[in-house]
Design a protein around this ligand. Structure first.
Ligand code: MG
Length: 355
């Protein structure tokens, strides 16, 4: 029998001002009120429990899902904070969930560290915290620990968020960037470049009648169904900053192979193509926040593709190319005009503060 000691519920603090001041970073009552009223109110089913300096877990909770831990961290500085299809809070949860999931891990717990600029409105913070909570709940992960810091005006731009995640990798899985082999098929789960285009539109760089929405989404369920349908899957990576061009080059480099893709089979929205043409951008380098590149052995490609297309986040999945053996580790694209062009690693930064 477990004897649970009776713990008196904590009294939760309340924020009574409309914007963040340096006092909210001071470590005292104002900070406690901010954490209670904005973050714990959004995240915490255990908000009233005593707070410790760390989250604690029974190891059996992890062992139930696999034999290895996956552990990842990412910072989010996107500008603007809100954009069609998402916001910095949703992005921070999805990005970290996806970085766990592409390794085959079942995402479980997240931490959240927020750097806040003095003067940011409490309402805006609440919106971001609720967006994080909503996204985490939908993804079946819990935000279990966190931190807030407040910096003087101008020392950061409104809100920066760092999320760290832990998950468990099932014993049967061993995905790796070094595992692609000549003859393998390269798949993507849908239209490319939407996130990058959405952020640029939201910054007002171009006026469009129908704004392009970010593809920001948690992909662990989609990835779970790919791995079930194609258990010999070699490698999966989310094509975030640097786009699919970067991921394909990482695979070529990691596995010592070349990759050939077909422009006519690479799914890109007409609006994104037009948008890129006007701004002189290459959609292969545009950021995605809900797109993965999947390398599978040819004999499992059909099964993987069918599983992807069955999932709502993979309806426009496509076979975009294949792995070939060549001396050089390079990525090339057969163009719709019958030519062939190199798809190099991105040199420099195409778009700052995209995620
Ligand atoms: Mg990633």
């Amino acid at each position: 029998m477990n004897i649970v000691p009776f713990v008196k519920a904590r009294t939760l603090g309340k924020v009574n001002v409309s914007s963040v001041t340096l006092a909210h970073g001071g470590g005292g009552k104002a900070m406690k009120d901010l954490i209670d009223d904005v973050f714990l109110a959004a995240f915490g089913e255990q908000a009233c429990e005593p707070l410790e300096d760390q989250a604690r877990f029974e190891l059996v909770a992890f062992e139930a899902h696999g034999d290895r831990l996956a552990f990842t961290t990412d910072s989010f500085v996107v500008d603007p904070l809100f954009f069609p299809g998402g916001d910095i809070g949703k992005l921070a949860v999805c990005g970290t969930v996806n970085d766990l999931a592409v390794g085959g891990a079942v995402p479980m717990y997240l931490s959240c560290a927020v750097i806040i600029e003095e003067g940011v409105s409490i309402d805006l913070l609440r919106q971001v915290a609720h967006s994080m909570a909503r996204t985490a709940a939908q993804a079946g992960v819990r935000i279990v620990t966190g931190d807030t810091k407040v910096v003087p005006r101008g020392a950061c731009d409104k809100i920066f968020i760092t999320t760290t995640g832990i998950g468990t990798i099932p014993a049967s899985l061993a995905l790796g960037v070094e595992k692609a082999r000549a003859g393998d098929t390269v798949l993507v789960n849908g239209l490319l470049g939407d996130h990058g285009a959405a952020i640029l539109c939201a910054r007002g760089d171009m006026a469009l009648d129908t704004p392009i929405e970010s593809d920001c989404a948690c992909l662990h369920e989609l990835i779970g169904s790919i791995l079930a349908a194609a258990p010999s899957t070699r490698f999966i990576r989310d094509a975030t900053r640097g786009g699919i061009a970067t991921v394909l080059n990482e695979i070529a480099d990691g596995s010592g192979v070349s990759i050939e893709i077909e422009e006519c089979m690479t799914p890109i929205r007409e609006e994104v193509k037009a948008f890129c043409e006007v701004l002189g951008l290459d959609p292969l380098y545009l950021a995605n926040e809900g797109k993965i590149v999947v390398v599978v052995p040819d004999d499992e490609a059909e099964a993987a593709l069918a599983a992807m297309r069955e999932h709502p986040l993979g309806e426009s999945s496509a076979r975009i190319g294949r792995v070939v053996s060549e001396q050089e580790r390079r990525v090339t694209m057969h163009t719709i005009f019958g030519g062939r062009r190199m798809v190099d690693m991105l040199v420099g930064e195409q778009l700052p503060r995209i995620c």
